[in-house]
Ligand binder design. Sequence first.
Ligand SMILES: NC(=O)c1ccc[n+]([C@@H]2O[C@H](COP(=O)([O-])OP(=O)(O)OC[C@H]3O[C@@H](n4cnc5c(N)ncnc54)[C@H](O)[C@@H]3O)[C@@H](O)[C@H]2O)c1
Length: 421
Amino acid sequence: MSTKNYDIKDIKLAERGRFRMEWAAKEMPVLRLLEERFAADRPLDGMRLAACLHITAETANLARVLQAGGADVVLTASNPLSTQDDVAATLVSHFEIPVFAIKGEDNETYYQHLHAALDHRPHMTMDDGMDLVAALHKDRRSLLENVVGGTEETTTGVIRLKAMAAQGALEFPVIAVNDALTKHFFDNRYGTGQSTMDGIIRATNVLIAGKNVVVAGYGWCSRGIAMRASGLGGNIIVTEVDPLKALEAVMDGYRVLPMAEAARVGDIFVSATGDIHVLDLHHFEAMKDGAIMANSGHFNVEVNIPALEAMAVKITRVRDFLDEYQLADGRRLYLIGEGRLVNLAAAEGHPSAVMDMSFANQALAAAYMRQHADELENNVYPVPDAIDKEVALLKLTAMGIQIDTLTAEQDNYLNSWTEGT
Ligand SMILES: NC(=O)c1ccc[n+]([C@@H]2O[C@H](COP(=O)([O-])OP(=O)(O)OC[C@H]3O[C@@H](n4cnc5c(N)ncnc54)[C@H](O)[C@@H]3O)[C@@H](O)[C@H]2O)c1
């Protein structure tokens, strides 16, 4: 366990990180507004808040809002490969926010960092994938009595939390920020769509046009990836297990195939399902020489990496974040970013403009939790509708876009049943 009050790569990177934070802030007008509001109202005064999030410029701007609201914030990474080391340095040196995160840290260090954040004895947790909440409940139960509540950023974390709550194992209420419409409609779709393709291109520099791009899943993330890969000229093939999602993919104009068939024709494979071994041994056996694989789901389990390693006669890092697996039959398969979130490992994560909305939800959900924790049970709660609507309205206003409001006549009409044909 770390005894220092931070653990980052290099404090001297702070100046570069500050520019990066400021650049991101330009696209985060809603957070800027909340920072002013939080500084005036101090809704998190006296709260120790441990956040396990991707340490990016956008997260740094969120941390500033929480700090302005009176929270004593500590940050740890939610993925060993997603940390922007310069931003981590800025948070420590310019804002006195302790950070425990180094890009490329091994699993052991990842968990040491997580525990170092828990040493902070948080009143609130802010998680992305639920690793912090899991560690609290499994290894640090004595700290649970301090915790009033938490928030969760992503689909996989919400699924894990709901499983915990169903078993009666969750010891405090958590707000599922992911489920806010102003989060997953935008962050998961447009954010993951753009940044996943960005990660694949940065890692490989391959031309997408004319390639068969196999997208596993057609949920919020995958449909964003399919949309952007299609825009770059890829021939999209979708694989699904949910008939409704598969039907949507068909009617959106994509080819839908079982993965066993897609494996034979795909040039680039991207998985974003939240599921395990979506790309498995029998798929690797069928793939073409040169096939490239990437994962944009939360954990590095969507590609069966142990099976791929076992098959390989040689593994070579051929570019930053790109490993070549040479197979006994001579074929070479490629895996980007060690099968971890490709958009964060090989690119910079979501563009700030979408994180503006996700993190506005985080900040407002944290303030709501502080105010209402007493009334909540140890369960998973949606973001209140009023917060969701407020975030959408603030974003539109910041973009200079106005919309109509219902007239009294329309309001009355929409709330009545008597008028027909
Ligand atoms: N890369 C990022 O920055 C980022 C951002 C947000 C969410 N996520 C993560 O991405 C994953 C997906 O999130 P989402 O919001 O799109 O979830 P979602 O529930 O909307 O979609 C997941 C889809 O995958 C499908 N699926 C499950 N198993 C499958 C299989 N074996 N083959 C094909 N399809 C399968 C499901 O039927 C579902 O339609 C989660 O792990 C989430 O935490 C990543």
